[in-house]
Write a protein that binds this ligand. Structure first.
Ligand SMILES: NC(=O)c1ccc[n+]([C@@H]2O[C@H](COP(=O)([O-])OP(=O)(O)OC[C@H]3O[C@@H](n4cnc5c(N)ncnc54)[C@H](O)[C@@H]3O)[C@@H](O)[C@H]2O)c1
Length: 250
């Protein structure tokens, strides 16, 4: 008698956006280790292919802010791998770090296009198929910035708050129509390339707010995502899970 295969994703097809590096790469690796076949989508096609090659997955160029690009990538993923069971919307950008008076409309639009419209387009492109098959798991990577609001990060914080609300609204739209769940996570700081262009003062502020006094790891985030996209997580929807070392106050 073998051990029960808890949280196995064997036979399932997953799509991870922004999977070409950092957190998305870690999620793609974790879901593969659990048995899924993973399509790694990224605006950086070379990185998507590099990660995919190392996990026997499929690496595809995709700009999540462009509807034609989203549709082309998902068609290719379905053709090569089959219908999509799991969608992880991880692609995101920080945008300009500055106070409100120093931001213009373009700074907001740029972040909105990737962080919010990208999630909207990706969810819209898979939800019909999930409802038809009466199974699906959508996981949106928001941020603790979306709950707490970080100074000098208004576009980022507000788009992440919108992702949390989109998650709740979509989850309620599809609740009870088969086993389709939609959840989000809010990580606090996990050191990755996303911080390379951020001023040190902004990073120090965010780290100082974490009660555990440390930053998170990619592996910790990937483990939470794995649980939330597993078959076992069938009575949890519309939630935002914090992975913030205790930072969230609600
Ligand atoms: N690192 C952190 O501290 C932290 C904290 C909270 C939330 N997050 C969120 O986690 C997610 C991943 O962050 P990360 O730290 O791994 O960042 P990262 O910059 O290292 O990786 C982001 C990936 O998304 C891709 N990407 C950017 N724009 C895209 C687009 N238009 N279409 C497709 N792919 C695109 C990039 O090429 C890159 O591979 C983001 O949504 C981010 O907001 C990160």
């Amino acid at each position: 008698m073998g051990e029960p295969n808890f949280f196995s994703l064997r036979g399932q097809i997953a799509v991870v956006t922004g999977g070409g590096q950092s957190i998305g790469e870690g999620i793609a690796r974790r879901l593969t280790a659990a048995g899924a076949r993973v399509a790694v989508l990224d605006i950086n096609a070379a990185n998507a292919r590099r990660v995919a090659a190392s996990i026997a997955g499929l690496g595809l160029h995709c700009d999540v802010s462009s509807r034609p690009s989203v549709e082309a990538a998902l068609s290719e993923a379905r053709r090569a791998l089959g219908p999509i069971d799991i969608l992880v919307n991880n692609a995101g950008i920080v945008g300009k770090t500055a106070r409100l008076q120093e931001l213009d409309e373009k700074d907001l639009d740029e972040v909105y296009a990737v962080n919010l419209k990208g999630v909207f387009l990706m969810c819209r492109a898979v939800i019909g198929e999930m409802l038809e098959r009466r199974y699906g798991r959508i996981l949106n990577v928001a941020s603790i910035a979306g709950k707490e609001g970080n100074p000098t990060l208004i576009p980022y914080s507000s788009t992440k708050a919108a992702v949390i609300a989109l998650t709740k609204a979509l989850a309620k739209e599809v609740a009870g129509l088969g086993d389709v769940t939609v959840n989000s996570i809010s990580p606090a700081v996990v050191f990755t390339k996303i911080h390379e262009t951020m001023p040190k003062a902004t990073i120090d502020y965010m780290v100082s707010k974490i009660p555990m006094g440390r930053t998170g790891t990619i592996e910790e985030v990937a483990a939470l995502v794995h649980y939330l996209v597993s078959r076992e997580a069938s009575f949890t929807t519309g939630q935002c899970y914090d992975i913030s070392g205790g930072r969230a106050t609600y």
